[in-house]
Design a protein around this ligand. Structure first.
Ligand SMILES: [Zn+2]
Length: 268
């Protein structure tokens, strides 16, 4: 029997996912997410609320616009479903706690990054820089485990302050390091290796969960992303010199897995 709280969280996830879809489409185009109302990008008919219900409308409309029958991107139901699963997972693991809320917010930011990068090869600052700020604020309330910086922080300092320093270090260290590696690569090869968006996204990840899960996600994301991209290039016969890898998408998927599965692991 699934706890009602978990179902309620999944339902909230569907609604947030629906809003994320708006952000994923509009932020890379510098459009407002508040106005105007959603419309079909093809025939520009405004979408009625009854055609805008998360997941349900997509199924009822069989994935096509009511007006012009243009197929609606599979991204819409996928984002809604994935957000619902993440919210359900967070509350299932941690109950109705601040920790679960943090996991929900983080999952939303990652899902935004994953799909914006995949669709437009853009990681909007709203998700990355805005997200990093939210991660810092969370660190003052949901304490991060003590890592490397704790060796240099005086013992008497309050735990909230220590946690925020962990968050600053967790975001700052990997993003600055990767930025420097990218700069060196650029100097040597005269070719962009990593986008600034990836650097900011890594900063956001570290600000939320600290250094170790972020390094693990970077490793898993790079490895998984390289293997999948190579396979894709091989089978699709696309030109590898012009293909731009959606690194942020792989980074986001890896981090979602790391953070959600970490909570499921038996406590040591
Ligand atoms: Zn249409």
């Amino acid at each position: 029997m699934i706890h009602p709280d978990v179902l309620l969280a999944a339902l909230a996830g569907l609604l947030i996912g629906s809003f994320l879809n708006v952000c994923i489409f509009r932020w890379p185009r510098d459009l407002s997410v508040v106005a105007p109302r959603s419309m079909c990008p093809e025939c520009e008919t405004q979408i009625g609320w009854y055609d805008n219900l998360p997941l349900i409308s997509y199924i009822l409309l069989r994935g096509r616009c009511r007006g012009c029958r243009t197929p609606i991107s599979y991204r819409y139901p996928l984002v809604e479903l994935l957000t619902a699963i993440c919210f359900g997972s967070a509350v299932w693991q941690f109950g109705l706690t601040l920790l679960a809320l943090k996991l929900c917010v983080y999952s939303s930011l990652l899902i935004g990054c994953i799909f914006a990068d995949f669709a437009d090869r853009i990681l909007p600052d709203e998700f990355t820089l805005g997200g990093a700020l939210i991660g810092l604020v969370f660190a003052a309330f949901v304490f991060l485990p003590q890592g490397l910086p704790s060796l240099f922080i005086p013992v008497g300092w309050p735990e909230a302050v220590r946690s925020v320093i962990e968050s600053l270090f967790g975001g700052g260290f990997p993003s600055v390091s990767i930025f420097l590696v990218g700069e060196i690569y650029y100097r040597l090869r005269k070719k962009d290796g990593l986008g600034l968006g990836d650097v900011k996204m890594i900063g956001m990840m570290g600000a939320f969960y600290g250094l170790s899960p972020t390094l693990l996600a970077i490793l898993a994301g790079s490895l998984g992303g390289s293997i999948i991209s190579l396979a894709f290039l091989y089978f699709s016969k696309k030109d590898s010199s012009t293909y731009e890898l959606p690194f942020g998408s792989f980074l986001g998927i890896a981090s979602l897995l790391v953070i959600h599965l970490e909570g499921l692991a038996p406590a040591a």
